[in-house]
Design a binder for this molecule. Structure first.
Ligand SMILES: O=P(O)(O)OC[C@H]1O[C@H](O)[C@H](O)[C@@H](O)[C@@H]1O
Length: 322
C-alpha cells in the first residue's frame, strides 16, 4: 500500500537574480545573484558595490567593520566611484561627489551590448542636483551597470554623457577595495617598470623598479599608461584577482598601512592587513566631453584559484589568462 507515501517537499524557487531590498541603516540596496551561487550587492547610496561573493559564499571585497553607512560619509570599502574628480586634483571635495550621492535605478538604460546570458545586473543613474550644479556647473548623465557574469565575474560599466551646452573635463576611478588574507603575502603583477606619480612624494614622477609589487609600508601611487590586465596574487589564500579594464589607462595602488589606518575614524587599526586598493582610473589625462558626447569606462573582476595556473604563481601566465 502506498497510503503513507510522503510527497517530496516542494522545491523552493531559486532566489531571484535581482532583488531590491534594504541594507544597513535601511538604505536601499540591490542584491544580484547568479545561478551558480555567486552574488553582489549594490547600494543606491554612492552607486556603490559593497559585496562580491564567489560561488562558495566567500567575500572578495573589503568593507571596513567601521564603515559608516550614513550620508554624507562615503562607505569605506567595496567599490566607491570617484567622479568628477579623483583625490584632491581640483576644487571639489576629495574624490568628487558621486560616492556620496543617492543614485536612482535607471529604468530606461540606453542599450548596452550584452555578451552574457546572465540576468543578474542592475542599471543605475546619477544626474546632478541643483546643489551639485552650484559646485560643478556641468549637466551630465552618469549611467552605471553592475553585472555578474555566469562564472561569477563582476563587471562595472560607466557611461558618462555630457548633456550640457559646453564641454567639460573630469577625472575618474573605480576605487576597488580587494579583500586579501595578509598584505605582506600579496603581489601585484602588471605594473612593474611603469611610471607612476607618488602621492606620498608630492605626486612626483618615478619609474617602478624590480619585479613585482609587494607591500611592507604605506603605498599610494598612480601608475600611468597601465596594461588592460592587472593581477593581484594572494599567496596565502591561493587566489588571484584579475582586473581587466577598458577606457581607464591609469591604476592607483593604495594601502594606508598602520599610521594612516589609525587616523581614519571609519577604518579599523589592523584592517590595512586585509585590504588592498587597486583602482582602474583616468587621472593623468582628464577626459573631456563635448556637448552630446559619451565616455565609457569598464572594469571586470575575476577571482581564480592560483592553482588555476598549474600551482605556479607565474605572473606571465596569469596576465596571459592561461
Ligand atoms: O579616505 P578617502 O577619501 O576615501 O581616500 C582614500 C585614498 O584614496 C586613494 O587611493 C588616494 O590615492 C589616497 O590618497 C586616499 O588616501
Amino acid at each position: 500500500m502506498s497510503a503513507h507515501k510522503v510527497a517530496p517537499p516542494p522545491h523552493s524557487p531559486p532566489p531571484p537574480p535581482v532583488e531590491h531590498c534594504k541594507g544597513v541603516n535601511g538604505l536601499p540596496k540591490v542584491v544580484l545573484r547568479e545561478s551558480r551561487g555567486s552574488s553582489a550587492e549594490v547600494y543606491l547610496y554612492g552607486g556603490q558595490v559593497t559585496s562580491w561573493k564567489n560561488d562558495h559564499g566567500e567575500e572578495l571585497l573589503f568593507v571596513s567593520s567601521k564603515a559608516i553607512f550614513k550620508l554624507p560619509k562615503a562607505i569605506r570599502g567595496g567599490i566607491p566611484i570617484c567622479f568628477p574628480q579623483f583625490s584632491n586634483l581640483g576644487s571639489l571635495e576629495q574624490h568628487g561627489f558621486a560616492r556620496n550621492r543617492v543614485w536612482n535605478i535607471d529604468n530606461d538604460p540606453a542599450s548596452l551590448p550584452t555578451n552574457s546570458t546572465s540576468k543578474a545586473y542592475v542599471d543605475l543613474i546619477l544626474k546632478p542636483s541643483d546643489e551639485d550644479l552650484k559646485i560643478w556647473p556641468h549637466s551630465f548623465e552618469f549611467r552605471l551597470r553592475v553585472a555578474l557574469g555566469p562564472g561569477g565575474d563582476l563587471m562595472l560599466t560607466s557611461r558618462i554623457r555630457n548633456t550640457d551646452a559646453k564641454p567639460f573635463s573630469f577625472t575618474f576611478a573605480y576605487h576597488t577595495y580587494f579583500s586579501v588574507s595578509d598584505i605582506s603575502e600579496v603581489r601585484v603583477e602588471g605594473l612593474e617598470t611603469l611610471d607612476y606619480l607618488d602621492n606620498l612624494q608630492n605626486k612626483g614622477r618615478f619609474t617602478e623598479q624590480g619585479d613585482a609589487i609587494t607591500f611592507e609600508s604605506e603605498v599610494d601611487k598612480i601608475y600611468l599608461s597601465t596594461p588592460t590586465k592587472i593581477a593581484i596574487l594572494d599567496h596565502e589564500k591561493k587566489r588571484t584577482f584579475v582586473i581587466r579594464k577598458d577606457g581607464l589607462p591609469d591604476a592607483v595602488v593604495w594601502n594606508p598601512w598602520d599610521k594612516k589606518a589609525k587616523a581614519m575614524a571609519d577604518f579599523g587599526d589592523d584592517e590595512y592587513k586585509h585590504m588592498l586598493c587597486v583602482e582602474p582610473a583616468s587621472i593623468e589625462k582628464p577626459i573631456t566631453l563635448k556637448p552630446g558626447e559619451e565616455w565609457k569606462g569598464r572594469q571586470e573582476l575575476s577571482a581564480v584559484p592560483s592553482s588555476y595556473c598549474s600551482g605556479q604563481l607565474d605572473p606571465q601566465k596569469v596576465l596571459q589568462g592561461c
